[in-house]
Design a protein around this ligand. Structure first.
Ligand SMILES: [Zn+2]
Length: 301
């Protein structure tokens, strides 16, 4: 049986697993993200040896999804908002020292989009957009059956398209980014402003309060959903995708965010284009990046 390894690095965890040719994760696990890049390379080497010992001789290739701006030509992460240790690190020589099969690296959200397209809710769709809404907003594009990386590798930064010209300043320095208006911190900020409460609260707790009828909580989600919908409308008019998939922690809020987002997208896009673009939940959850990285290596090496 041929297997493919996938690694999905986050700020707190490195998720990894083995994918078979049918897209099933036959093994998966996670480890805490080491604080240094040297520690990360050591960890990858150790996990790799463990995987090989489990299934001798059958792992054909490996894929890595890393958070940050990945440069295709230099094959480096230029800048990682959540794990600065990656910045400018020579990834291919570094990983090549600890892994002894062909491997590929790309941006983590791109890998998640590829996973949903290859083996998740986007299977069989030729062009789709994936957005993951959590503490930030990540995105990936599949166009005409191919991952759209852009000319330098930076495509799919959907969290940083501007949806509110006079809006909040984003972590990236731009004002009014989708991420600054619709991710979990925006929901928390809006809830604080609307409720007048100053005690720290999570987006999940605000969700529970909304379910219980708290009008400020409902309005905070509705505001985030509206800005999300403005972004979706842009994507629909620009790309005419066959599907938009929404994943990430905030999407577990279900209809609270989704309903206003879909309603706003409908109001802000061409009727014909909206009509051929179902907006649905992604299906692979936390495994999307691992599955996508492994599938990317499988299909491109
Ligand atoms: Zn931004």
């Amino acid at each position: 049986m041929d297997l493919y390894a996938g690694f999905d690095l986050g700020g707190t965890q490195l998720k990894y697993g083995l994918l078979d040719a049918e897209g099933r994760l036959v093994a998966k696990d996670k480890a805490p993200t080491p604080p240094t890049i040297g520690g990360l390379m050591e960890l990858i080497g150790r996990l790799w040896r463990g995987l090989k010992a489990t299934v001798p001789g059958s792992i054909r290739a490996a894929g890595f999804g890393f958070p940050g701006i990945y440069n295709l030509r230099d094959r480096k992460i230029l800048q990682s908002p959540n794990y600065a240790e990656l910045d400018e690190f020579a990834l291919y020589p570094g990983i090549g020292r600890v892994i002894d099969v062909p491997f590929l690296v790309d941006n983590d959200a791109n890998m998640a989009a590829y996973g949903e397209w290859a083996f998740g809710a986007g299977r069989g769709v030729s062009s789709l957009v994936l957005l993951t809404v959590g503490t930030g907003i990540g995105g990936g594009l599949i166009l005409d059956g191919k991952l759209w990386q852009g000319s330098c590798g930076y495509a799919g930064e959907i969290g940083h398209i501007v949806v509110n010209a006079d809006g909040e300043r984003c972590k990236c320095g731009i004002q009014g980014c989708l991420e600054a208006e619709a991710a979990a911190p925006a929901i928390i900020r809006k809830y604080g402003a609307l409720s007048g409460r100053t005690a720290p609260v999570t987006a999940e707790e605000i969700y529970r309060r909304a379910e219980a009828g708290d009008p400020a909580a409902i309005a905070a989600y509705a505001s985030a959903g509206r800005f999300l919908g403005i972004g979706l409308g842009m994507l629909i008019n620009l790309l005419n995708p066959g599907m938009i998939l929404l994943g990430g922690g905030v999407m577990t809020s279900g209809e609270l965010l989704l309903r206003p987002a879909v309603e706003e997208a409908r109001r802000r896009s061409y009727k014909a284009s909206f009509a051929c673009c179902p907006i649905e939940r992604a299906s692979l959850g936390n495994d999307a990046g691992t599955i996508g990285a492994a599938a990317w290596a499988k299909n491109n090496l």
